[in-house]
Design a protein around this ligand. Sequence first.
Ligand code: THU
Length: 139
Amino acid sequence: MNQLTQAQIDLLLDKAQEARDRSYAPYSKYNVGAALLTADGRVYQGCNIENAGFTSTVCAERTAFFKAVYDGHRAFRAVAVIATGEELGFPCGVCRQVMAEFCDKDFVIITANRDRTKVDVSTFERLLPHSFGPRDLGV
Ligand code: THU
């Protein structure tokens, strides 16, 4: 089982909150930060980066994943996501599909609302059951 300690969860939320300050979101004004824990214990931070051509926007989670994959990481334990909403903001469908490429069923997904009064700890399997991934293509 891929279980995180409360200290690891808190650290990832701290890092995600820090990353949120780097967010570029002049259109939605919805700032998001993410902190991704690699299997070997490194933390990659990401933020959402919006674009005047709205579909060119990238989410905080994918920024963190792509930074880590570029650096050679292919296995991950957890991601924390913190946005500026009063309610929890869960990863979007596109980000979940990116997770499907690199994450096992027990990959931990932590979400928090803006002031961390609400926190949810879930798993990839719960957020994207019956996912389509590398195994479906025999990889
Ligand atoms: N956003 C994220 O960064 N992560 C998500 O999982 C959901 C949405 C960003 C994209 C866009 O900049 C803003 O939130 C509003 O959709």
